[in-house]
Write a protein that binds this ligand. Structure first.
Ligand code: MG
Length: 370
């Protein structure tokens, strides 16, 4: 089987809540997502999606995903999309770095591999653990009172894990955490995600200010060394996210005992192939994971579901159903949240069919090979 053509579509994903706010005054109103289609000479087609969380979250941005795709895609024509190791090596040889550019391409190849073998991606990644898996709900940064109110709203939707967007003024963040914690019920889980927004001393102040609260701290500071210093000053459980971007960083964090949980985002590490490698390593090391992506719609949510559902539940801290945050559906067959939980499709591949009437005309396609 050979790749004959690669196309890309651009789609805007508005948020039900109007906007999503996190540290540093950052916010997004409409997510700019890119869907990738890989066509083959066997008539089998695969789909992937990449949606950065704006340009200020990771070194990634939406137009960059499309520019990178146009640079990389011509190098991939003629390759067999079911040979994922060879495919990934070809991407890394043709373009150094830029993992987010490669993510949707790799995702589309997994979709094709599943369709060729008649298996859901979750089965190819180890099998489905149980009927479904647990989700968390991100709570956009707001006043302590508004964030506390949202806990009740989201609990009514079935969520029991809540991730507060903090990383602002440490005094207000301490109030946010206390105010929200007062709303929690037995069995709820609270995470305060600073998204690199605190200075080292500010983070230590917050950690001290919430030492009586059952709360996880996530990615307090920009640099790994700062996060490690905070870790060494607090006994709150620690999640590392933005700095955990490849296997070597996970091993470094493990050796330093820098975290209890990592946040594994598919596009941050370059696609499902590399995410699965890190997932399996973390399972072996005993590091729990939140499995998700930077953002996305139905196709990213489907990919998250396959990776999360094939992860042992005791190592899966939580996952995300991004398609429930946005007003536009870009594919049929995507998993839908039920009682705060999600399940991977049992259909071959990712189990989704794009809505081309929503995606519109392609914004990029490879030229015919000579
Ligand atoms: Mg995070």
């Amino acid at each position: 089987m050979q790749i004959t053509e690669i196309l890309a579509y651009q789609v805007g994903l508005p948020l039900f809540e109007g906007s999503y706010k996190w540290s540093g005054g950052n916010s997004v109103d409409v997510f700019d997502s890119t869907v990738v289609e890989i066509r083959t000479d066997a008539g089998i087609t695969g789909f992937g999606e990449i949606c950065p969380l704006g340009p200020a979250y990771l070194p990634a941005y939406a137009a960059g995903a499309r520019a990178g795709l146009a640079e990389l895609a011509p190098h991939l024509l003629g390759l067999d999309p079911t040979h994922l190791g060879i495919f990934n090596q070809a991407m890394d040889r043709a373009m150094r770095g830029h993992p987010y550019v490669k993510s949707a391409l790799d995702m589309a190849c997994w979709d094709i591999l599943g369709k060729v073998t008649g298996q859901p991606v979750a089965v190819l990644m180890g099998g489905r653990f149980g009927d479904d898996f647990v989700l968390y709900r991100a709570i956009s940064q707001d006043t302590p009172e508004a964030m506390a109110e949202n806990v009740g709203v989201y609990r009514a939707q079935g969520y029991t894990k809540f991730q507060l967007k903090v990383g602002g003024n440490p005094d207000i963040d301490i109030q946010r955490i206390h105010r929200v914690a007062a709303e929690l019920q037995t069995g709820d889980v609270l995470v305060a995600d600073a998204n690199t927004g605190w200075t080292q001393h500010g983070a230590i102040r917050v950690a001290n200010g919430v030492r009586d609260v059952d709360v996880y701290l996530e990615q307090p500071c920009m640099r790994y060394e700062e996060c490690l210093a905070v870790r060494q000053h607090t006994d709150r459980p620690m999640v590392l996210d933005e700095v955990m971007d490849d296997v070597a960083m996970v091993l470094r964090g493990y050796k330093d005992q820098a975290m209890d949980v990592i946040n594994l985002k598919i596009s941050k590490v370059g696609g499902l192939t590399k995410a699965r490698q890190i997932r399996d390593l973390c399972v072996s090391l005993g590091i729990a994971m939140t499995i998700e992506d930077t953002w996305g719609g139905d196709i990213v949510t489907a990919a998250i579901a396959h990776l999360a559902h094939s992860t042992p539940p005791e190592m899966l801290f939580s996952a995300t159903d991004f398609n429930s945050y946005v007003t536009v559906s870009i594919a049929e067959g995507a998993p839908q949240r039920q009682h705060g939980r999600l399940a991977a499709s049992s259909e071959p591949g990712l189990g989704i069919q794009p809505r081309f009437n929503v995606l519109g005309a392609p914004v990029y396609r490879t030229k015919d090979r000579a």
